[in-house]
Design a binder for this molecule. Sequence first.
Ligand code: NAD
Length: 268
Amino acid sequence: MKGLKGKNVLVTGASSGIGQAIAVRFAQEGANVAINYRKNPEDAKETEEMVENACGEIRGCGVESLLVQADVSQEEDVVKMVAAVVEKFGRLDILINNAGIQIEGAAHEMKIEDFDRVVAVNLRGAYICARETLKHFLSRSGGGVILNISSVHEIIPKPKYVGYSVSKGGMENLTRSLALEYASNNIRVNAIAPGATITPINKSWINDPEAKAEVESNIPMGRAGTSEEMAASVAFLCSNEAAYITGQTLFIDGGLTLYPSFREPWSS
Ligand code: NAD
């Protein structure tokens, strides 16, 4: 995709799932990839290997990779992470705010620490990473791109996951506010909103055929999405093909946000 070769990209929460697929996709596009992990470098080794082998025989496609620790909810960690990426690659061009968690619990019983933790990682963490990246973008010429991984729960309520709903709802305005504030600096800020995607965050159903069939029965296209499908749209939105797109959330959900219960008319 146009404009990604030679770019330097930081992907948060890149040890698994959608973040891992994004890291690999950028390497395939010829970008250098900083792979963020929360705590244990061992967790990110698989992604590092996949990035290094992203082009099969041609090891590394000529791209560089960097494993970089940070709990995105910790301001100090994030400051150090962005500095480490800039030091290694010389500059940072693209930030992917992917790190995310969810904690289940009825809203009237949810421990406040659980609510705070989800918002701190998914929303506040994305903001801290964006803030540090924006400082860097503004410190040199050429602009940059921030891409947030939101969710269909940006607009679909998620009972029993109020922290998650709130964090992803907030992400819409994080995306739009930053896009407007920095549009004149040639900095684009967009988001993707995945529907049900086969990743470890969905361990409760991805390996259980009955539970998976139940999930997929709610999706108009009849199947869950893959991390690679999410990564393809991320690559597009970060590329020069999307040079005039900012402040948008692209829903990638097999039709999940199309009010599936209206498939058959029931209101008239
Ligand atoms: P995942 O659990 O595989 O990935 C989440 C990643 O975030 C993990 O690698 C984890 O280590 C990392 N992480 C968690 N807390 C962190 C922290 N404090 N600091 C740094 N990293 C941290 O699940 P996934 O599905 O790949 O999730 C990626 C993103 O996609 C999340 O933001 C999630 O909300 C979003 N999403 C997923 C789905 C889905 O169905 N899988 C749907 C919509 C949105």
